[in-house]
Write a protein that binds this ligand. Structure first.
Ligand code: GLN
Length: 541
């Protein structure tokens, strides 16, 4: 069931902005279709292919049927709700989506002799009228990415061919009188270099969707929506870390409800050097957010003493965080009871992003059930709070643009991700106060050198870790049995795969290693990791 999502008269983006609905048939690329549309400033949402059109309380400007791993002719293959054709809006089928259109109109799809996989060129067939619009400006043909095994055996009645390849006679098809289009290739992947123009031709040229989805347009509407949702009295609590998502979400709350939003930062003793102080300055003084920083580092480090197992470290940090956060929420609630101005804490802010939403609703197969998304260890339920998720419609690049729009400095907007368990998982073995100091000081030098050399934005994530095994060095004629510092810097677009950053010169790396070994007491050696992900992960444990 999908509702309009209207809250106290304030509608969600799909009723304000022209929206292209992407129905997901389980392709690994579906989310990219939505992203490409957003990059064109056209708002788009994804729903599973099982979506009942009657349950949709808003009307899309157009519908895209994604690719998928199934075969349309198989008995348990997923099919689009036929009511989609009663919406009277343009429809574009991509790969499985094309086959689904052909199946709906003529049942003539079968297994091909061999899979067609990889780059190929398509030739555009000109007709006259609406049929040509999908390939407007691309009449000379285009390089595309294919990944399919099934194919059309013949065109359904009233359909024509719009594109061909040397071995695929139906690389593109279109209905002769209705705005229905199918393409066998994937325009959403970067291997189809002109693919974004095909998507633009569909969304803007054919569906006539306005390109008005910008963070400037989003921010005021979202603030109004938060106000409508929370009302004039209720209060909201949320955890902040200094990372971009929680900072942007907190700033949005501050703009919407001022001090009725309470940001809480827990210093767990395994943050970066001076992090708590810097976040306090940035968020409270810089951004005017009602922030409380709780120094619980002694409690965390006490509970971590003697623990080497990474899973145990994670659990201790997670549970201790929940204890502290709950106590603080009670304290804020008690203080809030007595004020005229504000009511009870009723809401818990969570920085859920659209990829989390997509992950929870994407089509996992004909028999899979749809899960809802949780990532805060049940805290809101435990505290009997309702969840508020103002970023749940946004991709990460949109969150950054929104941050910039609200005047959040670049330093915060472009910060590398930092794991919840902090440097506890960047110290292999036991987390001792001395190892924490060494990891923090080494990391400070590493990151400041990276910034100085202007590599920071090109790198997706960088850190210094303590390997937890000792090596020998000679420092000032004294033998030192000291720690080994492990430096990591990776480049990635999605954090699913990553490569070690390789633009540093060895000379530069030697100078930075030298600084770390000389300036951080207790360090014997410094190494730089070159493993990619996979097989390695970005963090050490
Ligand atoms: N399963 C279909 C095929 O192999 C569709 C593939 C796809 O959508 N990528 O042809």
């Amino acid at each position: 069931m999908v509702t309009n999502g209207e809250i106290n008269g304030v509608p969600p983006p799909h009723t304000i902005f022209d929206t292209i609905l992407v129905l997901d048939f389980g392709s690994q690329y579906t989310h990219l279709i939505t992203r490409r549309l957003r990059e064109l400033n056209v708002y788009s949402e994804m729903l599973p292919c099982t979506q009942k059109i009657a349950d949709l309380a808003w009307k899309p400007k157009g519908v895209i049927l994604s690719g998928g791993p199934y075969s349309v002719y198989a008995e348990d293959a997923p099919h689009v709700d036929p009511a989609v054709f009663d919406l009277n809006v343009p429809i574009l089928g991509i790969c499985y989506g094309l086959q689904e259109l052909a199946w709906h109109f003529g049942k003539n799809v079968a297994a091909g002799e061999k899979r067609e996989y990889g780059r190929t060129n398509v030739q555009v067939t000109r007709h006259n009228g609406h049929i040509d619009h999908l390939f407007d400006g691309l009449e000379d043909g285009l390089e595309v990415w294919m990944s399919h095994g099934d194919k059309l055996s013949k065109l359904p009645d009233n359909w024509v061919t719009t594109a061909t390849t040397s071995n695929a006679p139906y690389a593109g098809i279109a209905h002769s009188s209705k705005p229905y289009y199918g393409i066998q290739f994937h325009p959403e992947v970067t291997h189809t270099p002109m693919g974004k123009y095909v998507i633009k031709n569909f969304a803007v040229g054919i569906c006539k969707a306005q390109q008005n989805w910008t963070m400037g347009a989003f921010v005021d509407k979202e603030i109004a929506r938060i106000r409508g949702l929370v009302g004039d009295k209720a209060q909201v609590i949320g955890a902040v870390s200094g990372g971009v998502d929680s900072t942007v979400a907190a700033k949005l709350m501050q703009k919407a409800i001022g001090d009725r939003f309470h940001a809480v930062m827990v210093d767990n003793g395994v943050l970066r050097l001076n992090e708590a102080i810097e976040v306090e300055q940035n968020l409270r003084e810089g951004l005017g957010i009602n922030l409380t920083v709780i120094d619980a580092s002694k409690l965390f480090l006490g509970r971590l003493a003697g623990v080497s197992d990474p899973e145990k470290k994670r659990k201790i940090i997670g549970n201790t965080f929940i204890d502290i956060f709950q106590d603080e929420a009670k304290r804020i609630a008690a203080a809030a009871e007595n004020t005229e101005r504000a009511g009870k804490i009723e809401w818990f802010l969570q920085g859920t992003l659209y990829p989390d939403v997509i992950e929870s609703i994407s089509f996992k197969g004909p028999s899979a059930t749809i899960k809802t998304h949780h990532n805060v260890g049940g805290l809101p339920e435990k505290m009997d709070l309702k969840l508020i998720e103002p970023l749940r419609e946004l991709f990460k690049d949109e969150v950054r643009a929104l941050g910039t729009e609200m005047g959040i400095p670049d330093d915060l907007v472009w910060r590398h991700p930092f794991p919840g368990p902090g440097i506890a998982i960047r110290i292999i073995g036991e987390v001792t106060p001395d190892r924490v100091r060494i990891a923090q000081e080494a990391d400070k030098i590493w990151i400041s050198e990276i910034k100085e050399a202007e590599y920071y934005r090109a790198i997706s994530q960088a850190y210094a870790a303590v390997l937890g095994v000792k090596a020998v060095a000679v420092v000032g004629d004294q033998r030192l049995h000291g720690e080994i510092i492990h430096l990591r810097a990776v480049q990635t677009t999605d954090f699913m795969t990553a490569d070690a950053f390789e633009d540093f010169s060895l000379k530069w790396l030697k100078r930075v290693s030298g600084r770390i070994a000389n300036e951080v007491s207790g360090v014997a050696r410094v190494v730089y990791e070159t493993t990619s992900k996979p097989p390695a992960t970005i963090e050490l444990e």
